[in-house]
Design a protein around this ligand. Structure first.
Ligand code: HEC
Length: 174
């Protein structure tokens, strides 16, 4: 009996199992820290994410993301990932587009230039100050997007790990 119910459920899954919008939406919603690698947290799907302790201490990469966001994205996308008059709220975007789309947009840029508007997201793929910290920026924006991280500068942060420093130096070519 149990087996046949299971089989039926599997059959229904197979029948509807095209990787559709619903699946993608579920995937994008998952921000849960599952494992740590080289000083950075990842979800069970191996997507960079944040980890915030009960006392509000944020992991180093997420804190780094706050700083880098403010240096590289803030002037167009507004404070706290909340959007500016010129560019959309990235804290919302990262809950709607997936990690790969986010990455691709930053590398190649995006434009909406026509009679009604003149929106240009610059291609930042050659900018090391962005690319070496893009996973940090992503984790920060995700923490803002779920609301797990409040506005402003995170008050408490983990120390920068040696592994993080090594990767950072290798990426920046120092
Ligand atoms: C010079 C202004 C400017 C800067 C700097 C800038 N952006 Fe943008 N960005 C834009 C504009 C304008 C758009 C909207 C483009 C459009 O709709 O075609 C945009 C769109 C995006 C999108 C797509 C959002 C969506 O919902 O589809 C992402 C992702 C993004 N920016 C990430 C970043 C990140 C990360 C940084 C910092 C590393 C950054 N941007 C810096 C102007 C900027």
């Amino acid at each position: 009996m149990r087996n046949s119910v299971l089989l039926l459920a599997m059959g229904m899954l197979l029948a509807t199992g095209q990787p559709g919008l619903a699946d993608d939406a579920e995937l994008i919603k998952n921000t849960k820290a599952d494992h740590e690698e080289n000083g950075r947290w990842y979800t069970s799907d191996d997507i960079p994410t944040y980890k915030i302790a009960e006392d509000g201490t944020v992991d180093w990469p997420t804190f780094s993301g706050f700083r880098r966001y403010n240096a590289e994205c803030f002037q167009c996308h507004g404070p706290d990932g909340a959007g500016g008059s010129y560019a959309p709220a990235l804290a919302t975007s990262v809950m709607n587009i997936d990690y790969y789309k986010f990455y691709e947009t930053v590398v190649n840029g995006k434009q909406e230039v026509n009679a009604a508007q003149n929106l240009v997201m610059p291609a930042l793929g050659e900018n090391k100050n962005v690319m070496c910290y893009l996973d940090d920026i992503y984790s920060y924006l995700r923490a803002r997007g779920t609301g797990d991280l409040g506005r402003g500068r995170p008050a408490k942060k983990e120390k920068k790990s040696e592994a993080f420093t090594e990767n950072e130096n290798a990426c920046m070519g120092e």
